[in-house]
Ligand binder design. Structure first.
Ligand SMILES: *[C@@H]1O[C@H](CO)[C@@H](O)[C@H](O)[C@H]1NC(C)=O
Ligand SMILES: *[C@@H]1O[C@H](CO)[C@@H](O)[C@H](O)[C@H]1NC(C)=O
Ligand SMILES: *[C@@H]1O[C@H](CO)[C@@H](O)[C@H](O)[C@H]1NC(C)=O
Ligand SMILES: *[C@@H]1O[C@H](CO)[C@@H](O)[C@H](O)[C@H]1NC(C)=O
Ligand SMILES: *[C@@H]1O[C@H](CO)[C@@H](O)[C@H](O)[C@H]1NC(C)=O
Ligand SMILES: *[C@@H]1O[C@H](CO)[C@@H](O)[C@H](O)[C@H]1NC(C)=O
Ligand SMILES: *[C@@H]1O[C@H](CO)[C@@H](O)[C@H](O)[C@H]1NC(C)=O
Ligand SMILES: *[C@@H]1O[C@H](CO)[C@@H](O)[C@H](O)[C@H]1NC(C)=O
Ligand SMILES: *[C@@H]1O[C@H](CO)[C@@H](O)[C@H](O)[C@H]1NC(C)=O
Ligand SMILES: *[C@@H]1O[C@H](CO)[C@@H](O)[C@H](O)[C@H]1NC(C)=O
Ligand SMILES: *[C@@H]1O[C@H](CO)[C@@H](O)[C@H](O)[C@H]1NC(C)=O
Ligand SMILES: *[C@@H]1O[C@H](CO)[C@@H](O)[C@H](O)[C@H]1NC(C)=O
Length: 543
């Protein structure tokens, strides 16, 4: 490990003996630059320059630069500043990286020319390896004019992860300031891949005065049986004068035998004295199965000047005799007018004895730049048995919008089914979908049983959607049961509401080749919809 330190200090006085007394003045000019690094390879460079132009303007400029690379860790600390008379400028940049192959770089340029200030601070940390990696940058600038007024700018960033196969972290900031202009850019990404688990995170911010932006995100995943888990988080942002742009992205996959889990959360913030804009995103899924499982997460959030958008997708699957999948995700939009939440969630649980039984749950939540909300929660599953063990399935899907443009609404679909007999199977599908002003939904459950003795198939479907401020609730259920030799029982319950039209189907069937007893019972309660026709009629009558 090598250590390099470069230190420069200069001081000069320019005495201007002009013949015109008005412009006769004396300016003290001072500057300092320091760069200090640790690593296996360290390059440092610093310089200062003081000058007076032919028209009498006195100035100084200073630069400080370092690039350090190391196995295990590296760091670089630079500072550069100076003064011309009683105006002064100071800058610092500290970069540290920890991991197998690490690189830390920083570069500062600062100048004062008469009343004009310039500073440019660049920081960069990169690291790649296995296990845990981390890159951290932290810097800033401060300026003071001859009236004693001050301006400050800052940039910080952290990116890191853990994963037994591969991890990479990268963070970069650039902050260019003059007295009345700011161009600040940030970028960070972290990716990790591991056996059984991985985690990636970023956290960064930049700004000056009453305006700043921050980005943070974390994705973490597990598999209980040494499956592969990949995670990625990245963000970038820019402030350029009065315009700004902020982007946050999350991605994750966990799969393998046994249980898989993913959790992700992110936030992007535009913090200004006039308004605060924040978009949060989260996603969570757990898939439990006797066989294989997989869970996936994708998310993107974006603020561009006064508009924002968000999209989060999460899904989980199980493929084995017993499956249980839970998934939820959401977005939160916070600004001066709104504190709104958008959420989708669902779960599906199935029990059978056939390895080919399966269950999947998907949730997608999105808000587009014009404010149109789209939430879809969808369940699918099939449970089967061929050895007399009961087959059963349940699912739930929920969508919720809270406090968006003065309205809140929600909907759900759920289903329950079971069947017994030597061979039995239950298949169910459901969804709720909110898309702008419309809400659709479907719940469908079908169960079959075949065998001898007392056997039955039992299904129930529930749907609750809101339309024009009216909550519509429908429930359908039925049971088919029989006692005999070589008997088949079947039950089906379906309820759906698509584009305002409701469909209900409830069907029970029993057949038996021998003598025995059988019974069928069914019930349904729904508010059947005729509103469309009435409203057409009402319009005709009004004419
Ligand atoms: C000062 O600025 C001038 C013009 O931009 C440049 O040529 C010179 O290299 C700078 N000196 C230092 C020490 O940065
Ligand atoms: C820093 O040095 C490394 C090699 O040690 C090089 O790959 C990298 O490009 C340099 N960084 C910059 C910004 O010059
Ligand atoms: C970020 O901006 C807000 C709003 O103007 C301000 O209150 C806050 O002090 C700023 N934060 C930093 C760290 O400068
Ligand atoms: C910053 O804004 C200015 C003026 O709108 C534009 O000319 C410049 O290209 C922008 N810089 C970047 C890096 O986008
Ligand atoms: C998987 O999750 C289920 C339900 O929480 C639990 O009973 C089981 O022990 C877990 N399996 C493993 C291998 O962790
Ligand atoms: C905005 O900045 C202020 C001051 O730094 C801070 O207290 C607040 O938490 C920030 N808001 C957000 C959403 O980060
Ligand atoms: C489980 O996943 C493994 C690895 O992808 C695959 O080889 C195996 O066939 C899968 N098992 C089932 C029952 O799908
Ligand atoms: C579940 O299995 C059935 C039949 O084996 C298949 O048609 C369906 O696509 C599977 N569903 C999922 C979500 O894997
Ligand atoms: C199987 O289903 C039948 C009929 O619904 C029920 O009576 C029985 O308790 C169930 N058995 C198990 C083990 O759940
Ligand atoms: C479920 O059982 C019925 C009746 O035995 C059969 O017709 C159907 O194919 C079975 N479905 C599946 C997916 O095995
Ligand atoms: C809708 O029906 C279900 C099932 O009967 C019931 O549990 C629920 O409370 C009902 N919800 C409303 C809003 O009526
Ligand atoms: C049902 O099957 C058993 C054995 O297969 C037979 O002994 C019995 O007579 C049958 N019962 C009827 C009612 O067919």
């Amino acid at each position: 490990m090598r250590h390099f330190l470069l230190l420069l200090f200069f001081h000069i006085s320019f005495v201007d003996n002009s013949l015109v007394p008005r412009i006769k003045r004396q300016s003290d000019v001072g500057s300092n630059a320091e760069t200090n690094g640790n690593g296996d390879t360290v390059l440092t460079d610093a310089s200062t320059q003081h000058f007076k132009s032919p028209d009498g303007v006195v100035g100084m400029n200073v630069s400080s630069n370092g690039n350090s690379s190391g196995i295990g860790s590296s760091n670089i600390k630079t500072s550069a500043g100076g003064n011309v008379g009683d105006t002064n400028i100071d800058n610092v940049a500290n970069v540290m990286s920890v991991g197998d192959n690490s690189n830390s770089y920083s570069d500062i340029f600062a100048a004062v020319e008469g009343e004009k200030f310039t500073s440019n601070v660049v920081q960069q940390g990169r690291v790649a390896g296995q296990g845990a990696t981390l890159s951290n940058v932290n810097g800033g600038s401060s300026m003071q004019n001859h009236n004693g007024e001050k301006k400050n700018g800052f940039s910080y960033g952290n990116a890191g992860g853990t994963g037994s196969i591969d991890t990479e972290a990268n963070v970069q900031t650039q902050q260019s300031m003059s007295w009345d202009q700011l161009l600040a850019r940030l970028m960070a990404s972290a990716t990790a891949s591991g056996v059984g688990s991985s985690q990636s995170n970023v956290d960064m911010g930049t700004g000056s005065g009453d305006k700043n932006i921050t980005i943070s995100g974390l994705v973490s995943g597990l598999n209980s049986n040494q499956g592969i888990v990949n995670s990625l988080v990245k963000g970038n942002g820019m402030i350029n004068g009065t315009s700004e742009e902020i982007v946050g992205t999350m991605y994750g996959v966990a799969s393998g035998k046994g249980n898989s889990t993913l959790v992700g959360a992110s936030s992007i913030v535009s913090n200004q004295s006039s308004s605060l804009g924040e978009i949060q995103a989260f996603g969570n899924s757990n898939a439990f199965s006797s066989g294989n499982t997989s869970v996936n997460l994708m998310s993107n959030t974006n603020i561009l000047d006064d508009t924002g958008l968000g999209v989060v997708h999460i899904d989980g699957k199980g493929h084995g005799t017993d499956n249980y999948v839970v998934a939820s995700n959401g977005l939160k939009f916070v600004n001066a007018e709104n504190d709104a939440a958008f959420m989708g969630s669902g779960n599906v649980k199935g029990i059978g004895s056939d390895q080919n039984s399966n269950a999947s749950q998907t949730v997608e939540t999105a808000v587009d730049p014009s404010g149109v909300v789209k939430i879809i929660a969808r369940s699918n599953g099939q449970s089967m048995s061929h050895d007399g063990k009961n087959a059963s399935l349940t699912f739930n899907d929920n969508g919720l919008v809270g406090g968006w443009r003065n309205s809140s609404y929600s909907g759900y679909a759920n289903g329950v089914g079971s069947a017994n007999g030597k061979d039995s199977n239950v298949t169910g599908q459901g969804f709720v979908e909110m898309n702008g002003d419309s809400m659709n939904g479907n719940s469908s459950m079908q169960a079959f049983g075949t065998g001898s003795g007392i056997i039955s198939a039992d299904t129930k479907a529930v749907l609750n959607v809101e339309e024009n401020g009216v909550q519509r609730n429908g429930t359908v259920n039925g049971i088919a049961s029989a006692d005999g030799n070589n008997t088949h029982v079947e039950s089906l319950s379906v309820i759906s509401n698509i584009d305002g039209f409701e469909t209900v189907n409830n069907y029970q069937k029993i057949s038996s080749s021998g003598a025995g007893a059988s019974s069928v019972s069914a019930s349904s309660s729904t508010i059947f919809k005729r509103k469309k026709r009435y409203s057409v009629l009402a319009k005709i009558l009004k004419k």
